[in-house]
Design a protein around this ligand. Sequence first.
Ligand SMILES: Cc1ncc(COP(=O)(O)O)c(C=O)c1O
Length: 399
Amino acid sequence: MNDFPRIKRLPPYLFSVMDDLQQEVMATGAEVFDFGLGNPDQATAPHIVEAMRAAVLDTSWHRYAPSKGILPLRQAISRWYDRRYQVDIDPEKETIVTIGSKEGLAHLALAITAQGDTVLVPDPCYPVHHFGFVIADATVKHIPLLPNANDFLKSIETTLVSMNPKPKLLVLNFPTNPTTQCVDLDFFARVIELAKEHKVWVLHDLAYAELAFDDYKAPSILQVPGAKDIAVESYTLSKTYNMAGWRVGFISGNPTLVGALTRIKSYLDYGSFGAVQVAAIAALEGPQDAVVELCKSYQHRRDVMCTGLKDAGWDIEVPKATMFLWLKVPKQFQHMNSLEFAQLLLREAHVRVSPGVGFGEHGDGYIRISLVEDEPRMKRALENIKQFMQRVSSGTLRI
Ligand SMILES: Cc1ncc(COP(=O)(O)O)c(C=O)c1O
């Protein structure tokens, strides 16, 4: 594939190394616990499935859907923003339905950047935040995602002040995959102020808005007055409604950016299946009890996992949001990189996690655990981890 310049810029997904090892370990008959991908394991709520079933039987949805999404869904998105964040979104010009946020983000990158443009992307980050722009042939400049929001803000400011020419766009994602970091609205207000001062577009990914714990409420960047002058925000139904396989999300905010995405998508696709969009309306506008329950279930899993890991001797921070734990590789393994440690954990404890380096070089030294196994399996995995740590500290397992 050396003749294909765009493919050459896309290294094989690092996680495929872990896939191969997982197959190898499973072939020995071992029970493998998979905390790798952030792939929700629970079912979509029945009323959403019912809305889909009814829509599938309506043959009018069997035709092409408008590529920017059906108007009733765009109107439902507008009402959702108003209800959830008191943000005004024009369903005609300020929102577009995407085939999941991964598709929307990648195509937005292609729509608005090209060779010669530079974008600022935090490191570590969700891969499409980086590779969407790599595919578009833009230059990606990484800003290390510092754990303290004020330090990170300072670092964004210093970068913006020192760069010449200025970058075209800044990408953000809070609560963050993979690091679980959270910010408050003041952080976004300062980002918008800086972006306006330096004439930089802002793209915020709000995928984990609803998976927030202990009374933390994740803000939308669009709540900042005037944010729409310069920012768009991506949202997905994948996580909030356990609809990862359905492929539906939306990007809302600045009409110029939404318009650019609308234009490029009109050449590329016909959007999500109409019946899926009808189900998305049921999700956004129907009862939200399942969302509350889902959030509680992730919070419970977080607590079980954090307690168990601490008990096994792992020094960890408890996250306020997302479906992930972001853990420092324990001290006794710090001579290894995150991939080596993740491989060791899979081989010896039969627990699969994502190596932090898969999210950027500043992710090395960490691993990410996705809370997508149920409680009995989490407990068995924790027992394996505990025994693994004991074998290492007693010297039975030489590393
Ligand atoms: C931050 C972030 N954005 C986007 C996505 C992709 O979501 P979707 O299923 O809508 O493509 C994910 C999935 O894990 C994610 O973590």
